[in-house]
Design a protein around this ligand. Structure first.
Ligand SMILES: C=C(O[C@H]1C=CC=C(C(=O)O)[C@@H]1O)C(=O)O
Length: 383
């Protein structure tokens, strides 16, 4: 029998919500900014990991949920990191109307901590273009063999910083540079996974569901990039595979599904093709929907099983939380799971940045490599 938890609400006004995060430097903690609600939710100090299928969660104001990209993690880099649903002892919530501190412990004295922006001096480990070409060759062979029609290949780049990473400075830059993205960070002991994701895997509000098909990219440096993207056959095909798969998966469990019009999503450095899918479902939980939809062909490939088997065998790095579902759930079971893209894992003075892109038979290795470089800017411009 799990003890009933009561959270006490305290008024707390902070000039910068990141101050709350900065008050718990040694703790396990979670940072979340939702650009739709313009709301920050920060959790600090683990209360416990919960079992969403069994526990009564109505007394816990928020849960941080994450799934790893694959069900299991093999190496040290991602070991014991993510793949849990966690309740924290302390939460700070701030939106346009209100801000407060929720705690089930004696309240901490939270102080305003001035944030200093720093520019990190980083160096990159050797280029991985030959690895990329090798992976691309294997994907082409997979297509020729008729095994799959889309595979989302990714890169992991290792950087070394001359000084310890200033997390608040990085998060502040992510917030300022990416107003349309969900900004997230999760820290457990010395590892931190953070990023600015534009992609909602599934959002639940009562019986209403929303999912983004987000796939197809042009860099903004291209002339008339947005206009061209909307009529580019390769990107439209890459996109349509995602729309059809999310629609099919929603229809398997939802009462009704609507597919919106395909349009553009504009980010700092790229345009994406985006289609909103909405559905009605009164049965499954947000986490169940996350498990059912993950990975869409925007992150894995099509058919799903074949793409995953391929990626397990051929990608040299482990994905961990990269491209995996993660997000925030409230005490009514509503919330948002995004996918952990435009992201990086920090471990002491090392940073591993991740970026991937959808490959179909008409894709070109160098163009796709360059696309990952543009996507990596989300992280690199924040350092
Ligand atoms: C897999 C990533 O992006 C996905 C999301 C949007 C556009 C994508 C694309 O055009 O390939 C990818 O499917 C990533 O950023 O690592």
């Amino acid at each position: 029998m799990v003890e009933k938890m009561k959270y006490i609400k305290n008024d707390l006004i902070l000039k910068n919500p990141l101050s709350f995060w900065a008050n718990f430097p040694e703790s396990e903690r979670f940072f979340w900014f939702d650009p739709q609600k313009e709301e920050f939710v920060i959790g600090a100090e683990r209360l416990r990991a919960v079992d969403p299928d069994k526990d009564n969660l109505s007394d816990i104001p928020y849960l941080f949920h994450s799934q790893t990209f694959f069900d299991d993690v093999k190496g040290e880099r991602w070991k014991n990191f993510g793949g849990e649903t966690i309740a924290f002892k302390h939460y700070f919530v701030a939106n346009k109307k209100t801000s407060y501190y929720l705690t089930c412990d004696p309240p901490k004295n939270i102080s305003e901590i001035p944030l200093t922006k720093i520019k990190h001096q980083i160096s990159e480990k050797a280029s991985d273009f030959s690895d990329w070409e090798e992976l691309f060759q294997a994907i082409s062979q997979n297509f020729t063999d008729g095994k799959s029609k889309k595979i989302v290949a990714s890169r992991e780049l290792e950087f070394l910083s001359q000084s310890p990473f200033e997390l608040e400075s990085i998060l502040q830059n992510l917030l300022e540079n990416n107003p349309n993205a969900f900004i997230f960070a999760y820290q457990k002991e010395q590892r931190i996974f953070l990023g600015a994701s534009p992609e909602i895997l599934v959002q639940k509000n009562g019986n209403q569901l929303l999912s983004y098909a987000l796939a197809g990219t042009f860099p903004k440096t291209m002339e008339n990039a947005g206009e061209k993207l909307l009529t580019d056959p390769k990107n439209l095909l890459e996109h349509e595979i995602v729309v059809q798969k999310i629609k099919k998966n929603l229809l398997e469990k939802a009462e009704s599904v609507k597919v919106g019009q395909t349009g553009l999503m504009e980010l700092k450095n790229v345009y994406h093709l985006r289609t909103l899918l909405t559905a009605k479902s009164s049965k499954s939980s947000l986490i169940d929907w996350g498990k059912h939809l993950h990975p869409t062909p925007a992150l894995g490939g099509e058919p799903r099983h074949e793409a995953l088997t391929f990626l397990r065998k051929h990608e040299k790095h482990e994905r961990g939380l990269y491209a995996a579902p993660l997000g925030l759930i409230d005490n009514e079971g509503n919330g948002t799971l995004i996918v952990g893209i435009r992201s990086a894992l920090i471990n002491e003075q090392k940073l591993y940045a991740y970026a991937g892109c959808g490959i179909i038979p008409s894709s070109d290795a160098l163009e796709e490599f360059n696309e990952t470089k543009v996507k990596l800017k989300t992280i690199l411009e924040a350092l």
